[in-house]
Design a protein around this ligand. Structure first.
Ligand code: NAD
Length: 469
């Protein structure tokens, strides 16, 4: 077992450890050298010309084949996701299915949204828009939804005729290696998708190469560094960054078991490691105590343990370093007077990056749980007295990824859908994370959108053309 059990990068390998089993070593993958990163980008440029020349319909055929090929290997992807980053097996299975289906939606709709548009015609001439690829995309991704990161970052870009050099987070090298092997054993032409391995330094080295576009998924702090580098190169970016999404429970919403269960999973799914998770909850004062009490009672019923155990719904965090950061955020809140309703500690008897679901009230604004993104299982809950106060609190963040409201009132709903400053706003139980919809953030949650029609357009450059009849 490692003394400091974070993923280890040494001079030539990326080590993978299991956060659920005392950080035992799962394997290792060679670190990609600077020379090999350069070579990958050069090969990507060559591949891009022929990939683009194939035409849209042919690329759709290849991507359909790829989808079927990945589906055949689903079980191993699910296993590696659970072992390497701690996602409970049942969840990684359903998430894999969801993202395969999102990829299929992209394949099914690429011709509709990427074909040339005739936009003007008279007796003499025709004007059209061609949606052309940028070229080689450098893709840098997080670890929290391994297959989802591939689909959201790469699927539309490939259909549009771009090629990819991709680096996942150093937390999941074995998942990445398997994806590379599966893609290499598919029909996809060589070098259309290539992978490189390593940490932020390898990511920076990729950006320094001759790439045409950067797609980044990760923290806002890293996103800002990447944006600066992209500005110096004057290339476009898609930045999918952090969040501190609000949930608002209005007093008209019946406090049912269904509501409590939803509130729990909106925050604690995937051990609370998802960008658009509900990271701050506001509850109208008349129902505040009831919601806090019921949610805390429900949280205590959850079985925490090894994600490979089918009965476990709540696994470890991805790495020890995430637990250490969360412990600091919770301690800071308690030191400043927060009230702890459940959790607030590592569970007894488990070896790994585990932390109990934690609920805090009596929150003040200089607490880290208020003004930092909390990427682990802790939920601050605050009361509010009026609609205006709820919206003001919800928007009082540098992030703007998503927001969710719990009300049956049609007027409140329509007003909140407009007033909340976020890339997606949902009235429960409706939800908008669908392949048809754009996904991305306001403010420091990002630049650009993935998915849907908007996502297709983002990975292309619009060329206006005209010709005489
Ligand atoms: P991170 O920013 O630490 O790392 C993300 C990726 O960037 C990793 O591959 C890392 O190796 C690489 N990297 C780090 N420094 C770099 C640099 N200077 N140059 C180039 N690459 C560099 O983020 P993380 O901890 O892996 O992921 C969690 C964060 O990601 C959270 O903030 C979460 O909200 C966010 N996230 C956002 C979305 C979204 O769609 N908006 C989705 C998933 C995760």
């Amino acid at each position: 077992m490692l003394n400091n059990p974070v993923q280890s990068i040494n001079s030539d390998t990326v080590l993978s450890v299991n956060p659920a089993r005392g950080h035992e070593t799962l394997g290792e993958v060679p670190l990609t050298s600077k020379a090999d990163i350069k070579k990958a980008v050069e090969q990507s440029h060559i591949a891009q010309k022929s990939w683009n020349a194939l035409g849209l319909e042919k690329r759709v055929e290849y991507l359909n084949d790829l989808n079927a090929h990945i589906s055949k290997h689903k079980d191993e992807f699910v296993k590696r996701t659970s072992q390497e980053m701690g996602m409970p097996n049942g969840l990684s299975t359903s998430i894999m299915d969801d993202f395969l289906s999102d990829m299929q939606w992209n394949n099914d709709n690429a011709v509709k949204y990427l074909s040339n548009d005739i936009i003007f015609e008279d007796d003499n001439e025709i004007n059209a828009i061609f949606y052309e690829p940028y070229g080689v995309m450098g893709v840098i991704a997080a670890w929290n939804y391994p297959f989802g990161n591939f689909v959201a970052s790469c699927s539309q870009a490939l259909l549009a005729g771009n090629t990819i050099v991709m680096k996942y987070s150093e937390e999941i090298p074995l998942f990445q290696k398997y994806l590379e092997e599966v893609i290499q054993s598919s029909n996809l032409p060589d070098n259309v998708v290539q992978f490189i391995y390593g940490d932020g330094y390898v990511g920076q080295t990729l950006i320094d190469q001759d790439i045409d576009f950067i797609t980044f998924t990760g923290s806002s702090a890293t996103g800002q560094k990447i944006y600066e580098k992209a500005a110096a190169k004057l290339i476009p970016v898609s930045l999918e960054l952090g969040g501190s999404s609000p949930g608002i429970v209005f007093e008209d919403c019946p406090i049912t078991d269904d509501l409590i269960e939803t509130l729990f999973w909106e925050r604690f799914l995937n051990s609370a490691q998802f960008c658009n998770g509900m990271k701050r909850l506001f509850v109208q004062r008349s129902v505040f105590d009831e919601v806090v009490e019921k949610l805390s009672t429900y949280a205590k019923t959850k079985k925490i343990g090894d994600p490979m155990d089918e009965t476990v719904e709540f696994g470890p965090l991805v790495a020890e370093r995430q637990v250490i950061k969360l412990e600091d955020q919770v301690k800071d809140a308690l030191d400043k007077g927060a009230t702890l309703h459940c959790g607030g500690k590592r569970p007894d008897g488990l070896q790994g990056a585990y932390y109990e679901p934690t609920i805090l009230t009596n929150i003040i604004k200089d607490m880290k749980v208020w003004h930092e993104e909390v990427f682990g299982p802790a939920l601050p809950i605050l009361p509010f007295d009026s609609y205006e106060e709820a919206i003001e609190l919800a928007n009082e963040t540098e992030y703007g990824l998503s927001a969710i409201i719990f009300t049956t009132d049609k007027n409140i709903t329509q007003k909140a859908l407009t007033d909340l400053q976020a890339g997606t706003v949902n009235q429960w139980p409706s939800h908008s994370y669908r392949p048809q919809n754009p996904f991305g953030g306001y403010k420091k949650s990002g630049i650009g959108r993935v998915n849907g029609i908007t996502g297709f357009k983002e990975v292309t450059q619009a060329k206006a053309v005209s010709w005489i009849k």
